[in-house]
Ligand binder design. Sequence first.
Ligand SMILES: Nc1ncnc2c1ncn2[C@@H]1O[C@H](COP(=O)(O)OP(=O)(O)O)[C@@H](O)[C@H]1O
Ligand SMILES: [Mg+2]
Length: 385
Amino acid sequence: MAELILKTLTKVYTQAQSAAVDELNLGVRDGEFIALLGPSGCGKSTTLRMVAGLESVTSGEIRIGNKLVNDLHPKDRGVGLAFENYALYPPLKVRDNLAFNLRAHGLGAKEINRRVDEIARTLQIQELLDLKPAALSSGQKQRVNMARAMVRRPSVLLLDEPLSHLDARLRVELRTEIKRLHAEQRFTTVIVTHDQLEAMALADRIAVMNEGKLQQFDTPLEVFNHPANEFVAGFLGEPPMNIFRTAVADSRRLVIPDTDFALPIMPAIQKLVGSRKELKLGIRPWGIRVSQTQTDGAVPGVVVVVEDLGDETRVGIRYGEVLIMSSIPVTRRYRPGLPVFLNFNEEDLNLFDPMTGERLSDGSDSSNQPYENAAENEIQAPVSR
Ligand SMILES: Nc1ncnc2c1ncn2[C@@H]1O[C@H](COP(=O)(O)OP(=O)(O)O)[C@@H](O)[C@H]1O
Ligand SMILES: [Mg+2]
């Protein structure tokens, strides 16, 4: 096992307009589990493939265990790789699929058997060892696929959307399994996913990417509660954060022009608003309380949609082009057309610069740190749990 450091790692495919991966700085601690999270096409797989040595690097550095590996052959990098598509060899039994790479590395038969049995026990696939891939279910194939990546005891384990095409139940089951395995084996692990829940459930830290660029690298709760910018805020959370443009009226209220929306500027955000004339307001559905009685500072509105989801009720209120969704405890009291009042929880308010999308912060949380040299900064703290 080893730490993994990416320094201004960049990939420009020939004939591409922009970089697929753009000056990415990341420091993954020894034994840490991180997720690369972002929409399709943001450069996640390209990053992973460069680390594995399957894709050339345009510029920047990849270090594994403090060794520069940019020009090392894939098999000499000590990485284990599992893709969404488990490329198992159909004519070989599971046992031989697992042993294949170990044989290629010249390990003796006894040692190979020992390791294959051990990893099979760990991943609970002992009873599959004498079957051929065609006889396996998709969940079993993915287990074998991951076993194959781990059997070489890699310094860094790379997983590219390993759960994406499993059905929902199996995905959650295998997700739990991966987490247990990591707690046991403590491989330094990078998982690529476009599924925010998967990233939050699995990773010690999440690197959120968009258009080849790192947006934020922090713990799941930090990324969720203190998103660095509008992109991160909108990408994590279901239902998504309400984010909408407001104008500052008389330095006292945030308004959506030509609607009833007028929110008094609370003391907590006065400094952030400053002398701005316009900003974007972000609030998660859980940060809004809907009530039928008017209280100080409540915003009047009319219910336009009600979704009873069993464990929560979602209520939508429209202001012009903006639909604000709230999530409230299950209740049947609300129906479209009902006049209501919205109470915005002060601590849950996020303000974004309307031009740059950066979240305005008074420095009281740990996000919005500069990412330059993040690799060096991050690596110093030992993993603590
Ligand atoms: N072999 C390739 N040649 C040219 N462009 C590529 C190649 N592979 C990926 N790309 C482009 O690079 C960008 C990032 O792709 P990728 O890393 O696969 O994204 P992700 O895994 O996040 O979905 C995309 O715009 C994609 O079209
Ligand atoms: Mg991909």
